[in-house]
Design a protein around this ligand. Structure first.
Ligand SMILES: [Fe+2]
Ligand SMILES: [Fe+2]
Ligand SMILES: [Fe+2]
Length: 403
């Protein structure tokens, strides 16, 4: 397995998630990355630095995924509290990305992509030489592209207007040489940016790193656990949920004598299946009353969003369908496809049962947690309707382990 290929799959998964945020698109990441890699070449960075910059540019705004949509689409000026929240996004992104093995430096670049050379940026108020060149390169490319993109609170600037703004930022936003070289490279055609025309390729200078299956699995697991924690930042009641579901799925996987690959897939899916919840509006996530029909439709989209994200993890193609079908019911009353009986993947059935059990014994905004015996009797009443009858024996195991 090639390590960078796996990373590209994970980055694709993240940009897919980013593309669901209002007023944002995966394309913004591509445009920045294209420009950043062009500009980085002019600074004699080594292959390692360019690789880290590439990933950092792709994921620089990932932290915005867990900010409230209301904040991102606000047309007026942000209030002080709101802009403080908004300014958290580099740090939130850093926390997530730094958990992935060998992505630590990319994570730092993300953390510092809103610092300013004069020390007025955030979150760490780095200044002068303490502001690393990689982050400065990302900072200036991001600024140049962002100025030329329309925002809810302002119109897009022309390229010339954007250059004028940058020219006033020498020694302010970035060091004078970083700004000056950027502007002259644009002028000389050494770098170019045309809105909507990004071409993207992973830096060819970076050598392929072969990793074992176990190393690949460790990366994937670190990524998935990090993603689950990341999403819990927006949805606190999901904190630790992936772990709790993972413990149950793993218990059942052993009981049902699944093979190693199935067991791993199921454990992985336990951290990924609710990913799509991150893009739901707050009034649905934190609703204390039963959802209206319209809200239900929106809420039910989450399994498809999770599946879309997982579909990018091409090294494990089964993940997409396992995750997509976690709300399908044995009798066909589930969603999103209304699959019935054996048409529902066996691993989705186990995931669905485990997740329902853990949900029932966890508090939710609209209800308190059920006690374990109550939860088991609810599950028992759902056998043959939501869950296949052949899973009934695992209820005895849950009773034994959890009561
Ligand atoms: Fe940003
Ligand atoms: Fe950005
Ligand atoms: Fe779900």
């Amino acid at each position: 397995m090639n390590r960078e290929q796996l990373f590209q799959e994970l980055v694709d998964a993240c940009t897919t998630l980013i593309s669901y945020i209002e007023h944002h698109s995966a394309y913004h990441s591509y445009e920045i990355t294209d420009l950043v890699t062009q500009y980085a070449r002019l600074w004699n960075l080594n292959a390692e630095q360019i690789r880290d910059l590439y990933y950092a540019a792709m994921l620089h705004d990932i932290g915005e995924v867990v900010l409230k949509g209301e904040l991102l689409s606000k047309t007026g000026k942000l209030e002080e509290k709101e802009s403080a929240m908004m300014q958290q996004h580099p740090l939130i992104g850093y926390r997530f990305v730094s958990r992935i093995p060998s992505m630590e430096r990319a994570a730092c670049i993300i953390r510092w992509h809103h610092e300013n050379y004069d020390g007025t940026g955030y979150p760490d108020m780095l200044s002068y030489r303490a502001f690393p060149i990689e982050s400065q390169i990302l900072r200036i490319a991001d600024a140049f592209v962002s100025l030329q993109s329309e925002r809810p609170y302002r119109k897009a600037l022309s390229a010339d207007e954007a250059k004028k703004v940058l020219a006033s930022q020498k020694g302010v936003m970035c060091s004078a040489p970083i700004v000056q070289r950027f502007l002259s490279a644009l002028e000389a055609g050494e770098i170019s940016y045309k809105p909507g025309k990004a071409t993207l390729s992973f830096p060819a200078s970076y050598p392929a790193v072969e990793i074992t299956r176990e190393e690949g699995e460790a990366i994937l697991l670190a990524f998935s656990m990090g993603l689950a924690d990341f999403i819990a930042h927006r949805i606190p009641y999901l904190k630790g949920y992936g772990f709790r579901v993972g413990m149950v799925t793993d218990l059942l996987a052993q009981e049902l004598q699944l093979n190693d690959r199935e067991r791993f897939l199921l454990f992985l899916a336990s951290f990924l299946f609710e990913t799509g919840m991150a893009v739901l509006p707050s009034e649905i996530l934190f609703c204390r009353k039963p959802l209206t029909a319209e809200q239900r439709v929106l809420m039910e989209r989450h399994s498809e969003v999770s599946a879309k994200v997982c579909s990018k993890i091409r090294s494990y193609p089964e993940l997409e369908q396992i995750v997509k079908s976690h709300h399908e019911h044995f009798d066909g009353s589930g969603y999103p496809e209304g699959l019935k009986g054996d048409a529902i993947p066996a691993l989705s059935q186990i995931l669905g049962l485990s997740a329902t059990f853990v949900s029932l014994i966890s508090p939710r905004p609209y209800r308190a947690a059920y006690r374990v015996p109550q939860a088991i009797s609810i599950l028992s009443s759902l056998m043959g309707r939501f869950f296949p009858p052949h899973l009934r024996p695992v209820l005895a195991l849950l009773r034994q382990e959890y009561v």
